[in-house]
Design a binder for this molecule. Structure first.
Ligand SMILES: O=C1C[C@@](O)(C(=O)O)C[C@@H](O)[C@@H]1O
Length: 95
């Protein structure tokens, strides 16, 4: 996931949109991706295939997730589907 890809979304403010992404190892350290994610005006979910809480201690810090509505991890390839289900509920829940 490149910062310019994320910043490309910020002009498209839409109430019924969302983004989900797996920032891989950048999740744990990247300020650039955190700031680009924070600048998006839409539902934001982070996903990981593995359960990062069962892995190395440095993976327990999910820096990018500070800008996310939620995180789904540990479900393998179903992490994406589970995040989409959660996002659908968030977007279609009257505020
Ligand atoms: O690249 C990856 C894969 C990962 O993002 C996952 O989907 O489990 C978890 C990260 O900590 C790791 O660096």
């Amino acid at each position: 996931m490149e910062v310019n890809e994320l910043t490309g979304f910020k002009q498209n403010r839409q109430e019924d949109s969302g983004i989900l992404g797996n920032a891989k190892a950048y999740t744990h350290t990247s300020v650039a991706i955190l700031e680009a994610f924070a600048a998006l005006f839409m539902a934001k979910f982070g996903i990981h295939l593995s359960n990062i809480q069962k892995r190395n201690a440095f993976r327990h810090d999910l820096n990018v997730s500070k800008a996310a509505n939620g995180m789904i991890y540990g479900f393998g390839s179903r992490s994406t589907k589970n995040a989409l289900d959660a996002m659908r509920g968030l977007i279609h829940t009257p505020s």
